[in-house]
Design a protein around this ligand. Structure first.
Ligand SMILES: [Fe+2]
Length: 294
């Protein structure tokens, strides 16, 4: 299948109507997702002190890379339903050199394999993400989007998440929020629980089927598209199985170069904006959340 044929099969029209689109993976992406997921799970099964040999490092104001372990159990006011209890990997090609250095120094083959699986996966993912961006560009009239998305590939973030078990079955594992990026392919979910907020204010499941991805717009795309493609509010709820056994997921935060990015200092955390509020925000108010010069 050539690039033109593949692009034609990617239909992004539901982004405008429902805030989500699905796309079936090409075979190579499908096996790549399972491979990187396996490498992440092998990493998570290491003892905590070994995982910490790949420590999260903040490289600039916007982001960093590495492994993070979070548990706020002992903070006041935290209940089993609201506890933030998870670990994640935050990977960026810009820091591949640093990741390789840490992996080598760890003397742990599982960490070396994880970093190499990541580098190889991103090599396959980038052309496909570019096709998705081309579909959005053509179907929603956003000239230059695919070029700008591809130009930023070293800054896209691959995030693997592992929510631990030992939770209540009704726990909210991820609070309602929008993503700041341009768009987010949800690459892997090992169970149900991911939900999106409709424009009619109802929470509905957002399934990520085997061999396909669910893609949602983030705040950058809402701004670029002049409010036509609105950043989708989403959350993750536990179910009876994941509350006990835990939950794995993987997303890629895709950003575009040459386009304004949200001003975190001005906009604050996305989960602190009123749930669903950005669906109805006038364009001039959306613009105020973004950096004016760059
Ligand atoms: Fe998100």
């Amino acid at each position: 299948m050539n690039t033109e044929e593949q692009t034609m099969t990617i239909n992004s029209h539901s982004l405008k109507e429902h805030g989500v689109m699905n796309a079936v993976y090409p075979a190579q992406i499908r096996s790549g997702v399972l491979e990187i997921q396996r490498a992440c799970e092998a990493f998570y099964s290491l003892p905590l002190e070994v995982k910490r040999l790949l420590p999260y490092q903040q490289f600039d104001a916007e982001s960093g890379a590495g492994y993070e372990y979070k548990d706020n159990k002992n903070q006041p006011g935290i209940s089993p339903s609201t506890r933030d209890f998870k670990e994640n990997l935050h990977l960026k090609m810009k820091y591949l050199g640093w990741l390789r250095e840490k992996a080598g120094a760890s003397n742990e083959p599982v960490i070396v394999e994880l970093v190499e699986a990541y580098a190889s996966f991103m090599g396959h993912l980038a052309p496909w993400v570019s096709e998705i961006a081309t579909a959005i560009e053509e179907q929603h009239g956003i000239p230059g989007l695919a070029r700008d998305v591809l130009a930023n590939q070293d800054l896209w973030v691959l995030r693997s998440l592992h929510y631990f078990g030992d939770r209540n079955a009704d726990a909210e594992l991820a609070k309602p929020h929008t993503d700041k990026c341009c768009f987010t392919p949800h690459l892997y979910e090992n169970d149900s629980g991911l939900e999106r907020l409709t424009y009619e204010n109802a929470w509905v499941p957002m399934p990520v089927g085997e061999g396909e991805t669910a893609i949602i717009p983030g705040m950058q795309l809402q701004n670029i598209s002049d409010n036509e493609l609105r950043a989708t509010w989403h959350r993750v709820k536990a179910n009876e199985h994941t509350a006990v056994a835990g939950r794995f997921s993987m997303v890629c935060f895709v950003t575009a170069a040459n386009r304004p990015f949200i001003d975190s200092a001005r906009a604050g955390r996305m989960q602190d904006l009123g749930v669903g509020s950005t669906y109805r925000l006038p364009l001039e108010e959306v613009r105020k959340l973004f950096k004016t010069s760059e």
